[in-house]
Ligand binder design. Structure first.
Ligand code: F3S
Length: 288
């Protein structure tokens, strides 16, 4: 049996930076309440560890609960401009770990919106990153997530198109072709982040060579779901698992070449536990 791990898998630069900053802030905090706006990453193990250390998760609708001097971690997905203004007015100290790749999309949108461009975001309208980016053009963006939706766009004089950072590259290209037919004066920016492109590319390559492919990551993690979509095109035995507990003998029985990739918010130790469990199920190693 062979276990092959995708060349790029697991924690990305933006998530690593967000987690390290959160832990650093907790260590140096002296008695003030620390909140995080939504889960800092879609990873149950990390979230439960942060909760044990006193970080409270809060949702946008509950922000009124915060009082002056509280600290709020803004996660790598970023938030709208309106929200920053609200927090500043309330005297909340913001620990901003918005990923620089997301910040770049927000800046592009803000700049072009104020130059009179309509904004088109290619991505999932319900994803926090897309909602945040839309908040830099007063929630006026056209959000499209498929070729069909792009066909429904109105004819526009002047527009700026950007991508959700975790979009699948091919979707962006296909959807952009339709957008080009709809807009007279179009500027566009492929804002899919480098980490996403590398993860998707190496998962695609690996899934062509294996008998079974495991994609490890939170069930709600958008970039993990996309990795699964990419892998199952090449390998019909593709499983999206959150951790080693979900692995069964059935999944690995009679499989000789086993591939592994992981979403951008999956810590290394979760990947290592999956590898250990596979070896155990294949009778190669005792489970500890
Ligand atoms: Fe940033 Fe890309 Fe990771 S946008 S958070 S580096 S997946």
């Amino acid at each position: 049996m062979k276990i092959l791990i995708a060349e790029y898998a697991g924690f990305c630069f933006g998530v690593k930076r967000a987690i390290e900053t959160a832990y650093y802030e907790i260590e140096k905090n002296s008695g003030r309440k620390i909140y995080m706006l939504g889960e800092i990453i879609h990873n149950p193990q990390v979230i439960s560890d942060l909760s044990k250390k006193g970080v409270n998760i809060i949702e946008e609708e509950e922000l009124d609960k915060l009082t002056e001097g509280d600290k709020l971690i803004i996660r790598s997905h970023g938030v709208s401009k309106k929200l920053y203004d609200f927090l500043a007015k309330k005297g909340i100290e913001v620990i901003d770990v918005t990923c620089p790749f997301v910040k770049k999309v927000q800046d592009i949108v803000y700049e072009h919106y104020h130059k009179g461009y309509s904004i088109i975001i290619v991505g999932d309208r319900n994803h926090p990153e897309v909602r945040g980016v839309n908040g830099w053009c007063d929630d006026t963006a056209y959000v499209v997530n498929s070729i069909e939706e792009a066909h429904k766009l109105p004819k526009l004089e002047k527009a700026c198109a950007v991508a959700q950072t975790t979009l699948i590259g091919r979707y962006w290209e296909d959807i952009l072709e339709v957008i080009k037919l709809k807009v007279k004066d179009l500027v566009f920016f492929n804002t899919i982040c480098d980490a996403t492109q590398k993860r998707q590319g190496s998962a695609e390559q690996l899934s062509k060579k294996v008998d079974v492919m495991f994609v490890i990551g939170g069930k709600h993690s958008s970039n993990t779901q996309k990795l699964k979509k990419i892998c199952e095109k090449n390998c019909k035995n593709t499983f999206h698992i959150e951790d080693a507990k979900e692995l069964t003998l059935e999944m690995v029985k009679d499989r000789e070449i086993i591939g592994i990739t992981a979403g951008a918010s999956t810590p290394d130790y979760v990947i290592e536990e999956v590898i250990k469990k596979i070896r155990f199920l294949k009778g190669e190693k005792e489970e500890e």
